[in-house]
Design a protein around this ligand. Structure first.
Ligand code: NIG
Ligand code: FE
Length: 391
């Protein structure tokens, strides 16, 4: 048994209202004891019990590690030119995915692994302690299962996204492709995945195709989540709720009925500020969802086309500035909300017994995450009491 005392915490954000003030459960002048990777004790710095090791954070802020519930980290290739074209007025479309598919298929395992390792290191440097990663740039039997095998080396939150877009060799034969996804591809992918996802949108898969994909995944033991209404409202939210998806993601187009359906369900509404930012699209209004009582998450959507960022602090800053979140709501969405979107109860807050996943901020309060946009405030990041990033 090893214990660590994190001491001299100027502001400790537990995200557990029973441990401090307000919804974020904040304590000033605090300490935290970690035993065997879990939060064992939280209280006043002056009364912290002894531990094997002491780490003073010298008055800085400690927050729960961010839970990034939506990312696409297995890919190769480069699409900066697409971003430039968009900033020159061109519209984003689902078709750009095929460019990455070509590069990913041509890449060796080593290239894919080292690309993902680089992105994971960036995530740790941005305070992320748990992340999900999807396949979706292989789109054939071998490359989808290979992508998931690689993702599994970095995270247990792996998602089979064979239904990301119809690959070029199946042009005009979408239903045949869906049969492949639901048959041989799913059989090869399922042993390496926890989740099944589908891009249910204009230019990708319609609601009937998406339902078939998710139901096949569920039958194979995977739990459903969905890319819903990024480009158009084609009814994806109703499908998400019908199938009890853990999360419906993007939601750039959202009707009143969608908001009510999400609020009355166990499906987390996951917003992806990086995607609207990078495609210069209108931001969805989180306050509609929050007022209705939906559980909301914020995630990076890190991918090589529509949101090439690993920075959750950046996403929080945009969410607060442009999506109707308060700083408090945004921090909860990036921690507890992300955990709920992954149906995890062991992460997302610094409650007693939870995994000791946290980030130390070089700032007097968590508000600086959005008050100081673009400034790297992450001093260190810890997963299960282990220091995975130090500035
Ligand atoms: O979540 N929307 C679908 N998939 C990704 C974008 C993929 C790409 O453009 O490469 C997303 O934004
Ligand atoms: Fe995505």
């Amino acid at each position: 048994m090893t214990s660590i005392a994190i001491t001299d915490i100027g502001s400790l954000v537990t995200a557990d209202s029973t441990l401090g003030d307000g919804a974020l459960g904040i304590r000033a002048n605090a300490a935290m004891i970690v035993v065997d990777g879990k939060v064992e004790w939280v209280g006043d710095n002056a009364s912290a019990p002894d531990a094997d090791r002491n780490v003073s954070v010298h008055g800085k802020t400690v927050i729960p590690g961010f839970v990034d519930s939506h990312a696409h980290l297995v890919f190769a290739g480069e699409r900066g030119f697409e971003f430039e074209a968009r900033m020159n007025g061109q519209q984003y479309s689902a078709g750009g995915i095929r460019t990455t598919v070509e590069a990913t298929r041509a890449a060796s395992d080593d290239v894919l692994r080292s690309n993902m390792a680089r992105l994971v290191a960036e995530m740790h440097a941005s305070g992320i302690t748990t992340f999900e990663s999807k396949s979706g740039y292989g789109l054939d039997v071998e490359n989808e299962s290979r992508s998931l095998r690689i993702a599994q080396q970095f995270t247990r939150e792996t998602t089979f996204l064979g239904a990301h877009v119809v690959p070029s060799e199946f042009t005009g034969r979408a239903d045949e492709y869906v049969s492949l996804v639901n048959g041989e591809m799913l059989r090869a992918a399922a042993p390496h995945a926890k989740w099944i996802d589908v891009f249910c949108d204009s230019g990708a898969f319609d609601v009937d195709q998406a339902r078939a994909v998710l139901q096949a995944g569920i039958a194979a033991g995977l739990a459903p989540r969905i890319h819903a209404n990024q480009l158009a409202d084609i009814g994806a939210v109703a499908l998400a709720v019908e199938l009890d998806c853990a999360s419906a993601d993007h939601l750039s187009h959202l009707s009143e009925a969608d908001v009510a359906a999400l609020a009355g369900s166990n499906t987390v509404a996951t917003l992806l500020p990086g995607a609207e930012f990078s495609t210069r699209s209108a931001y969805p209004d989180a306050s509609r969802l929050l007022t209705a009582g939906a559980t909301v998450a914020i995630a990076t959507d890190c991918n090589p086309g529509s949101s090439y960022t690993t920075s959750l602090p950046f996403c929080i800053a945009v969410a607060v500035r442009d999506m109707g979140f308060s700083p408090e709501q945004a921090l909860l969405a990036a921690t507890r909300g992300g955990a709920a979107a992954l149906r995890r109860t062991d992460i997302g807050a610094l409650s007693l017994g939870m995994r000791a996943d946290f980030a130390v901020l070089n700032a007097p309060s968590y508000i600086h995450l959005s008050f100081r946009p673009g400034v790297d405030l992450i001093d260190s990041t810890w997963v299960a009491g282990q220091n995975v990033y130090q500035r």
